[in-house]
Design a protein around this ligand. Structure first.
Ligand SMILES: [Cu+2]
Length: 120
């Protein structure tokens, strides 16, 4: 039994580098009572995107996007990961379905085709 556990851990260690080598990109999104921070996430096109969503509210929030066809409840005070993409270049709106008026946008760009970001 112990040998099996050790072998499994060894196999996982072998597999991890392969998973990391995939074309991934990670961004962080913080949910507050009055806003998403940042409210604009710029990510590369044609890439798997991990959004690490951190809900700083006491209440649950729901990350929701019709453009992305995604809906995910994030309990208050917790962090979870949501994977999206690969996506075509464009703008993808999202909002907190549990907190009306709190919105954001994901801007997907081709690498090397960046437009300068304006500081809000
Ligand atoms: Cu919803």
């Amino acid at each position: 039994m112990r040998m099996l556990a050790v072998t499994s851990a060894f196999l996982l260690a072998l597999l991890a580098p392969a998973a990391l080598a995939a074309d991934n990109h990670s961004v962080t999104l913080t949910i507050k009572d009055d806003s998403f921070t940042p409210s604009t996430l710029t990510v590369p096109a044609d890439t798997r995107i991990e959004i690490e969503i951190h809900n700083t509210r006491a209440l649950p929030s729901e990350f929701e996007s019709f453009d992305l066809n995604r809906e995910k409840v994030v309990p208050g005070g917790t962090t979870l990961s949501l994977w999206i993409g690969p996506l075509a270049p464009g703008k993808y709106k999202f909002f907190d379905d549990f907190n009306p008026g709190v919105t954001g946008v994901i801007v997907v760009e081709k690498p090397g085709n960046k437009t300068p970001n304006k500081t809000p």
